[in-house]
Design a protein around this ligand. Structure first.
Ligand code: SRM
Ligand code: SF4
Length: 650
């Protein structure tokens, strides 16, 4: 096979960020200079480079006041391959959240933690503390390989799961940036105390492999410009879709023989979800099967894919720069052929796989070696103390007392593992005392399977609320399901405050994507196991109209579903034309509003008078919303409206 030709000179002007990366001296400037300045925020160029160090400049959007400086603060994101958070790191993060952050931690959809609300003057101390406590934020954001995901379930008797953890860590090491900038800036040049990477990985990183390496640079794999855009990898086992594999740039699926020996990996590539409203050329896309690689060649194959995207990904238009667009524009065959040039030989054919399923591993389980694990649900990933709900306290106490490792899940939950059976009751006692439900059967299933991104007030790109809105919206959906006679029904609901898709709404059965203030684009038809892309059904659904919008669809589902068919599968099978047709002819059952006399009269007191008025949903909802917004009762409002009407008549 011929050596790969040098990358083409870009025919179009590179984007501004490409210049910022080139001038950064491998991620040093302008961050290194500006971190020493007594200011509240960084320059635009520094903000771009800071992302590679795992931090975003944000401002508290609740505190914006016209004419005043923004309330600048920083988000820090940790990189935890396979979701592993050692106990020491957890305690450090818990402390940092109180010392410098907003007193919460947020488990992310890629198995990391985020801290919010850190002031610039505290950023260095916070990052240094994370590094000194066995963590890292390097490459958690920016145009580089992001956190490598793997199923969080600690099944010690399943060799394939152990391989997934091992290779998630090794791929993370293989693709980690080599610049000294991170330790120079945040640790004053001290070397970090971190686990030694495997010599096999080190050798693989340095191997040239037909042009996968950029010679004579501090970053042999990335070069001066790093990747055209973020790059996302996961490693999983056949049948386990807890990592949402179809949404990743690159997924490796562990293939073992009958004796559980590792043989190699199936490769999927080209998934990605970010898009922009009203820009058809941007879209969510599911990954394609690419081929199979034997275990000894896996690092070279990963490097070949990274090099293909590095050299041929779009560097002029950042909206078209993800690997999914390259694969979409080229087609899988051309992409595979280019990867094989860098790889130096053909990829083997993709091996047959069972169906992929989603499981959340909540509650108490045996981990396969006599010890236990416990999956704890975290609503939208937010670890906090609030009233009688003391999740942050509970997690801290458990880690302090039992020194347990944590695996963050790709669904914003966490798993404690290596629990000796004798420790179970004491751990349960802490959780009970702190008001944390551990029996998954007792968690409202809509909440259990839902996810929402942070959105307002921290995310600069949010168009609508998400994390703060979803509890109310799920409660309204539950009320509606009860009303139409679907009491025990549940499905996967995911919400984001904008179309970037951080909570992977396009893979949900019901996806809400912020599209205008207080309005959402609604996606229907994803599968309960996240193996199929949903489709957009409406562009702008005002939050207040959720009930009147969903009711006919739920009624149609109830009437026409197959036994056990899920909501997403139903929408996909019937298609939007059939759903729209049903909705158009749907006559809602009238809702009864009880109007009571304001001041009971002697006559009515004795017989408890109640007068009933029937309203259709839209009018009922209008009355309800107006009454709520005015802080008045619905009865009062209806009475006033009727009085006005009769006055008008006379
Ligand atoms: Fe994301 C940008 C939060 C997972 C697609 N994402 C952002 C930023 C940093 C906003 C910004 O650029 O200013 C958000 C910070 C909000 C805040 O206040 O904390 C943000 N993304 C998140 C997290 C925290 C959401 C969560 O609920 O957990 C997730 C962090 C994961 C991690 O630990 O690394 C997160 N983001 C995702 C995912 C899901 C995934 O990776 O599995 C996606 C969709 C998959 C994909 O990448 O295609 C995702 N985030 C984006 C995009 C769109 C990328 C694109 O290709 O168009 C942006 C915007 C961008 O990159 O320009 C973005
Ligand atoms: Fe922000 Fe949009 Fe991501 Fe939500 S989906 S965190 S609003 S970028």
């Amino acid at each position: 096979m011929v050596k790969s030709a040098p990358p083409p000179i870009a025919s179009r002007k590179p984007s501004k960020v490409e210049g910022i990366k080139e001038n950064s001296n491998f991620l040093r400037e302008p961050v290194a200079t500006q971190i020493l300045e007594d200011t509240t925020h960084f320059s635009e160029d520094a903000i771009q480079i800071l992302k590679f160090h795992g931090s975003y400049q944000q401002d508290n959007r609740d505190n914006r006041v016209k004419g005043q400086e923004k309330d600048y603060q920083f988000m820090l994101r940790t990189k935890n391959p396979g979701g592993l958070v050692p106990p020491q790191l957890y305690l450090a993060l818990d402390k940092l959240a109180d010392e410098y952050g907003n007193h919460t931690l947020r488990a992310t959809t890629r198995q990391g933690f985020q801290l919010h609300g850190i002031l610039k003057k505290n950023l260095k101390a916070a990052i240094a503390s994370i590094i000194q406590n066995l963590g890292s934020t390097l490459g958690a954001c920016g145009d580089i390989n992001r956190n490598v995901m793997a199923p969080p379930v600690p099944l010690k008797n399943r060799a394939d799961y152990q391989y997934a953890w091992e290779y998630a860590q090794n791929i993370a090491d293989l693709l980690s940036p080599q610049t000294g900038a991170y330790y120079e800036i945040w640790l004053d040049g001290e070397k970090a105390i971190s686990a030694e990477e495997s010599p096999e990985v080190k050798a693989a990183r340095e191997r040239n492999g037909n042009g996968t390496i950029v010679h004579d640079t501090e970053e042999p794999l990335y070069g001066t410009h790093y990747m055209p855009r973020k790059f996302k990898v996961s490693v999983t086992v056949p049948g386990d879709n807890s990592i949402d594999l179809y949404s990743q740039d690159l997924t490796l699926v562990v293939i073992t023989d009958e004796q559980d020996n590792l043989q190699g990996f199936n490769i999927f590539a080209g998934g990605g979800l970010g898009r922009t409203h009203n820009k058809e050329e941007t879209f969510a896309r599911v990954a394609d099967p690419i081929g199979y690689v034997a275990k000894d060649d896996v690092y070279d194959a990963v490097k070949a894919i990274v090099a293909t995207q590095r050299d041929y990904g779009d560097r002029s238009d950042r909206r078209h720069a993800r690997l999914k667009y390259l694969i979409n524009d080229w087609g899988v065959d051309k992409f595979r052929a280019k990867v094989e040039e860098y790889f130096g030989k053909p990829l083997a054919p993709f091996q047959p796989l069972p169906e992929f399923k989603y499981e959340d591993f909540l509650g108490w389980h045996e981990q396969g070696d006599g010890n236990l694990f416990l999956g704890i649900s975290i609503d939208n990933g937010r670890v906090k103390d609030e009233g009688t709900f003391q999740l942050k306290t509970a997690l801290r106490e458990i880690v302090e007392q039992f020194n347990l490792p944590i695996r963050l899940t790709p669904h914003q939950n966490l798993i404690f593992y290596e629990i000796a059976p004798a420790q179970k009751s004491a751990i349960q006692e802490i959780l009970d005392r702190c008001g944390i439900v551990t029996d998954p059967g007792k968690i409202e299933p809509l909440e259990r399977y839902a996810m929402a991104c942070p959105a307002l007030p921290t995310c600069g790109l949010a168009i609508t609320e998400s994390e703060r809105a979803i509890p109310g919206i799920l409660a309204r959906i539950r009320t509606l399901l009860d009303k139409v006679g679907l009491q025990n029904e549940h499905f996967v609901v995911r919400m984001t405050g904008c179309p970037n898709g951080c909570a992977r709404p396009y893979m949900a059965e019901l996806g809400f994507v912020g599209s205008a203030p207080e309005s959402y684009q609604v996606w229907l038809g994803g599968s309960p196991d996240q193996t199929r892309l949903a489709q957009p059904y409406v562009e702008k659904l005002p939050d207040k109209d959720i009930e009147s919008f969903l009711e006919p669809i739920f009624v149609f589902f109830k009437q026409s579903r197959k036994p056990q068919e899920s909501f997403g599968d139903f929408c996909d099978r019937l298609g939007f034309d059939a759903i729209r047709e049903f909705v158009a002819q749907y006559q809602p059952e009238p809702v009864t509003l009880t109007v009571e006399p304001e001041e009971p009269t002697l006559a009515t007191k004795s017989r408890k008078a109640r007068y009933r008025v029937s309203l259709h949903d839209d009018l009922y909802n209008k009355v309800k919303t107006t009454a709520t917004s005015q802080g008045r009762s619905m009865t009062e409002l209806v009475k006033e409206a009727l009085d006005a009407y009769f006055q008008h008549l006379t």
